[in-house]
Design a protein around this ligand. Structure first.
Ligand code: KIV
Ligand code: ZN
Length: 517
């Protein structure tokens, strides 16, 4: 141990930022209902901290933090803020209902950020950081301070600012590799240098936060753990700004599989990893690449005869961890129209969904009706079904009927009928550039609104002629975004359903009517 150095805490804390840094990635925005379901699953996964959002960024972010803080009680709930009183107070207003709130405040410490972004010298910067931490501590007993772009900062300056903020009350100090620039050896050296150069280090948890621009986020996080980092910040499936953040599932399984090397464990229940990964993939629509470590479709698949023979003889020949350890059953039961409710419910839980009994009953009925149309119902079908039901906002408007006239050389026309939850039926007719555009225009004419369609995608949930089509729609109104998902073996119906779902999200989140009951 070097001079000044306090002992490293024996347990590695896992700080999940899927709902903040992960959600900042393009196309990953989630609505309130979706964030709540993901947060509940993160709690089941056993993470220590959930960073629920950046409240000053938007009223939606503030509302999500507030609701998660109210409903998710075991983990620490963190909210991000810049190092200013206004931001910190906004973060606190959202957080204060939490059982264990944490204000996470940050300021950049690298020369390039200080000169060009903040236009601040070192003394002024330290003063700002100290003031921010002191103010945050006057509101909340748990305060994290991050030195943004820490890996490109002057190490002596880093030690100076970390000492000052711990003295001002920071309970965690975080060293981010914001632009994914560091290499493992270099990052480990920096962690050791901070441990040795900050006399107050024993009074705060030392955290790291790595981005994946060079594909080194997990390697850098693990090198940091070996060098004495006590908290790792990461996201499910490695979602995050640009190339993403360190993938939680990889960090955790490395700590477990190479316990001989790391000698320090974390509190994550690894059997929840696969379900959480699937839940985040279906919620955000960002698919997991098949060869992704730990959670990719091929992560435990053995194709070649030599490998298959070895695994059958003794699985440790080609498997360093078991599929069961990450929650992936080795023998998946195929579900079809003769499957019972118990097997159906069990599979939903394995996929990260935990619907209450009354929702299971509705889902089971829908599953049976799908199984009548499709020979086998795969995991992707189940996820799509469950996601559509468990995370959808209340149905203010329901799709009743539609008829479309479209072909080549003529403007498409669509007549749509919607039913309001108070029983009122409304019909609209419109033309458009193809059947989907015409249907969306017909819905706009019924509702008298004209949101901007920001994103629309259509994909097959599974292979085969009887595959379900999954449509995703994102609309924007007055700067706010609303997502909708639609599902059907008919792709036009899936698209219209997705648009209606996005409209329902808009109505719900802007405080419009939804009928009680
Ligand atoms: O990457 C980064 O530096 C961050 C901080 C706000 C912690 O996300
Ligand atoms: Zn980040």
């Amino acid at each position: 141990m070097e001079k000044n150095e306090a002992p490293v805490r024996p347990r590695v804390l896992v700080f999940d930022t899927t709902l903040r840094d992960g959600e900042q990635a393009p196309g990953c925005s989630m609505n309130l209902g979706e964030k709540l379901v993901v947060a509940a699953q993160l709690e089941r996964l056993g993470v220590d901290v959930i960073e629920a959002g950046f409240p000053v960024a938007s009223p939606d972010d503030a509302a999500a933090v507030r609701e998660i803080a109210r409903k998710v009680r075991r983990p620490v709930i963190a909210a991000l803020s810049r190092a200013s009183q206004g931001d910190i107070l906004t973060a606190w207003e959202s957080l204060k209902g939490a059982e264990r709130p944490r204000i996470h405040t940050f300021i950049a410490t690298s020369p390039v950020h200080m000169e060009y972004k903040l236009k601040m010298g070192p003394d002024e910067l330290v003063e700002r950081a100290v003031e921010a931490v002191r103010y945050a501590r006057s509101l909340c007993p748990d305060v994290e301070f991050s030195a943004e772009d820490g890996s490109r900062s002057d190490p002596a300056f880093l030690c100076r600012i970390f000492s000052a903020v711990i003295a001002a009350g920071a309970t965690t100090i975080n060293l981010p590799d914001t632009v994914g620039y560091a290499t493992p050896g270099e990052f480990a050296d920096l962690v050791r240098l901070v441990r040795a150069g900050v006399p107050e280090i024993g009074r705060a948890v030392l955290s790291v936060h790595c981005h994946d621009d060079l594909g080194l986020a997990v390697a850098n996080s693990l090198a940091a753990v070996e060098a004495g980092a006590e908290q790792v910040e990461c996201t499910i499936n490695g979602l995050g700004e640009r190339a993403g953040n360190a993938a939680l599932e990889e960090v955790v399984m490395a700590l477990r599989t190479r316990a001989d090397r790391f000698g320090r464990d974390c509190g994550v229940d690894s059997s929840q990893i696969y379900g959480t990964s699937r839940l985040v993939a279906t919620t955000t629509g960002v698919r997991v690449q098949p060869n992704k470590a730990v959670v990719g479709d091929n992560a435990f698949a053995h194709e070649s005869g030599i490998h298959q023979h070895g695994v059958l003889a003794n699985s440790s020949t080609y498997e360093i961890m078991t599929p069961e350890s990450v929650g992936l059953p080795r023998n998946k039961m195929v579900l079809g129209k003769h499957s019972g409710r118990h097997a159906f419910e069990e599979r939903l839980v394995e996929l990260g969904f935990n619907p209450p009994p009354e929702e299971v009953a509705v889902l089971f009925a829908e599953f049976k009706s799908l199984a009548d149309r499709k020979k086998t119902v795969g995991d992707r079908d189940l996820e799509a079904l469950a996601r559509g039901k468990t995370m959808a906002p209340p149905e203010t408007w329901k799709l009743d009927r539609f008829v479309i006239n479209s072909g080549i050389g003529l403007t498409a026309t669509s007549a749509v009928s919607l039913v309001h939850c108070d029983g009122t039926r409304k019909e609209g007719v419109a033309g458009g550039d193809g059947p989907i555009d015409a249907s969306f225009n017909a819905i706009d004419s019924i509702l008298g609104m004209d949101p901007t369609l920001e994103d629309f995608s259509l994909s097959a949930v599974t292979g085969g002629k009887d595959a379900q089509g999954e449509a995703r729609v994102r609309i924007v109104r007055e700067g706010r975004r609303f997502n909708g998902l639609g599902l059907s073996t008919d792709v036009i119906e899936a698209s219209v359903r997705a648009y209606v779902a996005a409209i329902n999200a808009l109505v719900h989140e802007t405080g419009g009517t939804a009928c009680a009951g």
